[in-house]
Design a protein around this ligand. Structure first.
Ligand code: MSP
Length: 596
């Protein structure tokens, strides 16, 4: 990992200008530690480690489907890295300071900390129940976080990057965001009164004028541009990278990073000035550092940081955060993975519209893995997606119950495989010279499944999980086609040739299922576990390096051949009744009663 200051020129000139004008303290120690950091970072990058974060969630309201989506994406990337043999840390948690939370606690008639604790626990429960396997759960009200934020603030202050000034402008409490006039428009509130709103979020804004501490954001513009131009993969997908570049073409005023204590008590006081509270976004962003032990022990993990965020908080993560980090002399995140939003009935989820999807209720209805599969299979990071009950049922029935579950059921049925073993592969039946019983489509399937891991790797890496699942689903379909084509249930096991061919069909199908089960682990951990357990695959045989698809055909060994299958623990995924199906059933069950 290179140190960002060393790779930029034009941006660095601005920064250097500050040093010359005495606005920053030219601290030699900073430079030597920065250089040390860049040296040790390159040593560290040889280690296989990975650090992924979700945004920390506001506790002003209960979790909804969109929150679960952010968490499930990050969990999938974390599990993916573990599968590949990385040491991985995965942090999530709650954002508990700020005016919005202060007001929500007041409205609930609770003291802020009690209120935050209750809602934070609901997030934690949701994530744990949906197999979101975080390694760290952070709350911004924790003491360790307060110390990290105070330290971070002091670093920026000591370098002359924070100064006292007057902020006058628009502020949205709902977004906890300052806006320039071009980001504000007119609207009518529910009572018909004219109000000013943020054009991006639609939330109400208010004019404020306060003495605040300001961060010299304006001087980071060219540094940020350099970073983005030199690291085209820093913000993904591409359209969001372009959006940030576009914002940087516009005016980038200095940023207010505190509020008067009289207005905002629920937050961390500015070190050395108890009359001011640190701006909630500066406080919140530092959570990513707190988790990995900032300011003393963060280096190992910080240089492999990846953030998953929703599109609404891109500006905070791709402009403010990198500017703060550059100011503090810290490396920038490797990738900011951005996702779009879930809408319901084509509209943004909101309490007032009554269209908020409760993730607890829905993951009970569709199972945890069912919910995870749907979100990741249908969620396209580039664009918003619409959530409907019917879509979930249809997709899960088709792909998990019928296609994948049906394939496992058929091929492990005792009628087909009475010995309940992983049978032998016969290279006379399925020879490489294509003179056996296999047909062209079978060879094509074998090649497609063989390359599946590479395809899936590419898509998981780019957070295009839906494409990985699309590819797996297409392969499952092909394998069903293979079984259907050769109708193994019609073969006579007592005939030695037929028997060998039958075993080969089963062996190949089990090998395909083993690959699917292994690659699906980051998305549907419980289903994959049931699938691999049924195949007799031990937990230490489920990693990326164990894939070795169809070794007996490709000239290596197959350690599964001849082994007993695992126990049958029922259906992989039970079909969900569609609403129309349920209606038909009720009608049918009523008919005989009428006859009588
Ligand atoms: N607290 C800030 C983040 C601070 S990170 C240093 C915040 N919290 S949030 O609770 O409002 O949002 C958390 C995440 O949920 C964001 O990534 C946001 O994009 C995501 N979602 C909120 N609504 C969503 C949908 N309707 N659909 C998908 N994700 C959505 O912002």
């Amino acid at each position: 990992m290179r140190f960002p200051f060393l790779t930029v020129t034009s941006g660095w000139k601005t920064f250097y200008g500050f040093l010359q004008r005495g606005l920053l303290s030219a601290d030699q120690r900073l430079w030597s530690s920065a250089l040390k950091c860049s040296r040790s970072s390159s040593q560290l990058s040889k280690e296989k480690c990975f650090y992924i974060t979700t945004p920390i969630f506001y506790v002003n309201a209960a979790p909804h489907l969109g929150h679960l989506y952010s968490a499930v994406i990050a969990d999938c990337l974390h599990r993916w890295k573990l599968l590949q043999g990385f040491e991985s840390r995965f942090a999530t948690g709650t954002d508990e300071h700020g005016l919005k939370i202060q007001q929500a606690a007041e409205a609930a008639g609770k003291d802020p900390l009690t209120f935050c604790t209750e809602v934070s626990q609901r997030f934690e429960t949701l994530f744990s129940s949906c197999s979101v396997s975080f390694t760290d759960y952070i709350r911004t009200t924790e003491q360790r976080h307060r110390l990290a934020v105070e330290h971070f603030w002091s670093v920026l202050w000591n370098k002359g990057l924070i100064y006292k000034g007057i902020y006058e402008g628009w502020y949205s409490t709902q977004d906890e965001s300052f806006l320039v006039p071009s980001q504000v428009g007119d609207a009518l509130d529910p009572s018909g009164k004219e109000v000013k709103v943020s054009l991006e979020s639609g939330h109400k804004v208010e004019w404020m004028k306060e003495e605040n501490y300001m961060f010299r954001l304006s001087s980071f513009r060219s540094l940020l541009l350099d970073w983005l131009v030199k690291n085209p993969g820093a913000v993904q997908p591409e359209r969001f990278h372009q959006a940030v570049l576009q914002w940087l073409q516009e005016d980038l005023p200095d940023l207010s990073v505190s509020r008067q204590r009289s207005r905002l008590q629920w937050g961390i006081p500015v070190p050395g000035d108890p009359e001011q509270t640190i701006y909630v976004w500066l406080d919140a962003l530092v959570n990513y550092l707190t988790v990995v032990g900032y300011p003393d022990k963060h280096e190992r993990w910080w240089h492999v940081a990846h953030h998953v965020i929703g599109k609404d908080i891109l500006k905070f993560h791709a402009i403010y955060w990198p500017a703060f980090l550059l100011g503090a002399g810290l490396p920038l995140p490797q990738v900011i993975h951005v996702h779009s939003h879930w809408t319901v009935g084509g509209r943004k989820m909101s309490k007032s519209l009554g269209n908020v999807v409760d993730p607890f209720e829905h993951s009970q209805m569709f199972t945890n893995d069912g919910m995870r599969y749907f979100l990741l299979r249908q969620g396209v990071p580039d664009t918003d997606c619409n959530y409907t009950h019917d879509k979930v049922q249809k997709l899960l029935n088709a792909e998990l119950a019928d296609s994948l579950g049906g394939l496992l059921n058929r091929i492990t049925a005792p009628t087909l495989n009475p010995a309940q073993v992983y049978p032998a592969f016969c290279s006379h039946s399925f020879p490489r010279d294509r003179r056996g019983r296999a047909v062209e489509e079978d060879y094509h399937m074998v090649e497609t499944v063989r390359s599946l891991s590479t395809v899936v790797e590419k898509h998981y890496e780019g957070m295009q999980v839906y494409k990985a699942l699309e590819a797996i689903s297409a392969c499952v379909k092909q394998t069903n086609g293979f079984v259907q084509r050769h109708t193994p249930w019609k073969l006579d096991r007592s005939d030695s040739k037929d028997g060998r061919w039958l075993d080969t069909i089963i062996h190949l199908t089990l090998e395909c299922l083993r690959v699917y089960g292994t690659l699906l682990q980051p998305v549907v951990p419980e289903i994959s576990d049931r699938l691999l357990t049924r195949l007799g695959v031990q937990s230490q045989e489920r990693s990326w390096k164990d894939l070795n698809f169809l070794g007996r055909y490709f000239g290596t060994d197959c350690s599964f051949e001849g082994r007993p299958l695992g126990s049958n623990c029922g259906l992989l995924f039970s079909r969900l009744e569609t609403q129309s199906g349920a209606k038909q059933k009720t009608m049918k069950s009523k008919k005989p009663a009428q006859k009588r």
